[in-house]
Design a protein around this ligand. Structure first.
Ligand SMILES: C[S@@+](CC[C@H](N)C(=O)[O-])C[C@H]1O[C@@H](n2cnc3c(N)ncnc32)[C@H](O)[C@@H]1O
Length: 322
């Protein structure tokens, strides 16, 4: 019985090997994927203890370059890929910048690629909690009309995508009236509270369009998270330059979810200065992108504090000099 079992297994392996050899010989479509399968197997077999070595990092970067060259970018799709309180440490950095803002002054905020508004509403809530004295104006920009329509209504439900990464205690914090609640709860839905709902305006606009600055004006804080990674590099570079043109002198750009080479090149050439506040913590909080590297184009490489350019490369907040 055992001999028969082994013979069957050997025959199955031989058939499999022959199929691979045939696919390679006739240059079939399937054969194109063999290197990817092999790289994935090798990558998954690497023990955790070796993953921070420079050889393994270089191998990962090699795979990621292949991934980026092959995968199709999807800048817009019908799902609202945004979350309330996405990347909490990033909002902490924003909160600390807001605390430094002059008393009673204006604060202009724009979220580019705002989707259904979760990020911009969280931002306004963060500001209102600590600085009720500021005159806040806010603009959400997106190219996707249904997303903006949802943002405008300000009505959400706990089971929706925007809450899917929010732990219960954080959700409770967003609903707590003091000092300010983000939501009014009723039995079936969650509505953005009136004080916050009345702040933003929502603008249907292409962030690649050079008229963006004319359309929404200069801003003190510009959010451009998780929009540029879905564009091909030349487009992402053009878009980033366009978005950076919105920032007033002394203002800030909040940005993660972008190809790190594109970002490093552009922020250096524009003279934007990385803000040295919990850079590593914010970077690591983007855990989903880190987990997807190197097999998804929007995956992010592991943090490497030994690089000479690590602050520029891994920062998620930049200031435009006065
Ligand atoms: C993944 S969502 C990010 C949402 C939010 N910024 C966040 O980080 O949670 C990307 C958004 O960018 C928008 N977008 C893509 N290309 C755009 C463009 N050229 N101009 C304006 N918005 C764009 C998409 O419609 C989508 O809503």
């Amino acid at each position: 019985m055992l001999a028969v079992h082994f013979a069957r297994q050997a025959a199955e392996h031989a058939r499999h090997a022959l199929r691979i050899a045939w696919n390679v010989a006739i240059l079939s479509d399937t054969a194109r994927y063999y290197p990817d399968v092999a790289y994935r197997r090798i990558w998954n077999a690497i023990p955790d203890s070796m993953r921070s070595s420079s050889a393994v990092r270089s191998f990962g970067r090699f795979i990621h370059r292949r991934t980026c060259a092959r995968q199709v970018r999807r800048p817009v799709d019908s799902t609202f890929h945004t979350f309330f309180l996405r990347n909490a440490p990033h909002f902490e950095v924003l909160r600390r910048r807001v605390l430094e803002w002059p008393r009673g002054s204006a604060l202009r905020i724009a979220a580019i690629g705002c989707s259904s508004g979760a990020e911009l509403y969280t931002t306004i809530w963060t500001v209102r909690r600590v600085r009720p004295d500021l005159q806040v104006s806010a603009t959400g920009v997106d190219i996707d009309a249904p997303a903006l329509e949802k943002a405008r209504t300000g009505v959400f439900a706990r089971h929706e995508h925007e809450f899917s990464r929010l732990p219960e205690e954080e959700f409770t914090r967003l609903c707590t009236p003091a000092p300010v609640a983000l939501f009014n709860r009723d039995e079936r839905s969650l509505r953005i509270s009136d004080d916050i709902l009345s702040v933003p305006s929502w603008v249907l606009y292409d962030a690649l369009d050079p008229g963006l600055r004319h359309a929404i004006g200069q801003q003190d804080m510009v959010l451009a998270n998780n929009i540029l990674c879905h564009m091909y590099d030349p487009e992402a570079e053009q878009c980033l330059r366009n978005i950076a043109g919105l920032i007033a002198p002394g203002g800030y750009l909040f940005m993660y979810g972008v190809d790190l080479d594109v970002k490093t090149r552009v922020v250096k050439s524009l003279g934007l200065v990385p803000v040295r506040d919990t850079i590593e913590e914010v970077y690591r909080a983007d855990w989903n992108a880190l987990a997807k590297w190197p097999f998804l184009y929007w995956g992010r490489e592991p943090f490497d504090g030994k690089r000479s350019d690590w602050e520029t490369r891994y920062a998620a907040v930049y200031q435009k000099p006065v």
